[in-house]
Design a protein around this ligand. Sequence first.
Ligand SMILES: [Zn+2]
Length: 257
Amino acid sequence: MTELAQLKEELVTANRILAHHHVVDSFGHISVRHPTNPNHFLMSRARAPGVVVEDDIMEFTLDGKIIGAEPGKPYSERFIHGAILEARPDQMAVVHNHSPNVVPFTVTGRKMRPIMHMCAPIGGDIPNWDISTKFGNDTNLLVTNMEMGRDLAKTLGPRTVSLMRGHGSVVVGRSIREVVFTSIYMEANAEMLIKALQLGGGEVHYLHDGEIAANTKGRAGFTWERGWENWCREVDRKYVAQTWDMGPGFSKTDPAG
Ligand SMILES: [Zn+2]
């Protein structure tokens, strides 16, 4: 199987996993940078992630133009993905979601921050992009052109996550498996944080910056593989062990706990 075919298969699996974990529902999407052309990316046609198949995967330029086969209408918010991949050459994959437990943090002053070690990859500094700041109070909140996408990418900056006021969030990763991992644990963190706030009993004890760093620096292939294998089973998709080199800072032996 070619690298492109393998990546498309993995992208379909990622769509199914994100839907199964309620990170996306009928809406929301995931993209991955093209394996041989860094100026293109792959993403499904506009379809609910839970039903995406290989033939739905389309190729785009970073500014959202369709390349090759057009099995259907593209996502109107594909500019989120292109603009972030353009601004972040270090990242390979992007998830945009309306993750239900995350949205409350986009419309209140309560900060989203990790409270549990598995959720550390979301980072301790999560901005909240507000479309109305630059584009006024009468948009439908959708990111439907490159100007909006680039403005969002600017707010994201070098971070892993940016919230989107009244809408959802974006998450980036150095691989499909990493971005899926971070997206699932961001939704989990949001749900647990809401529960912690409801318990009362004083201020929530968030992870310290050093704890976030210690949990993300060494975390690597082994942890993602452990999650990915289990999640493939949950959605009845074939698990393929990731054997390719993931670059510096990646280890296959770190303990996940
Ligand atoms: Zn959206």
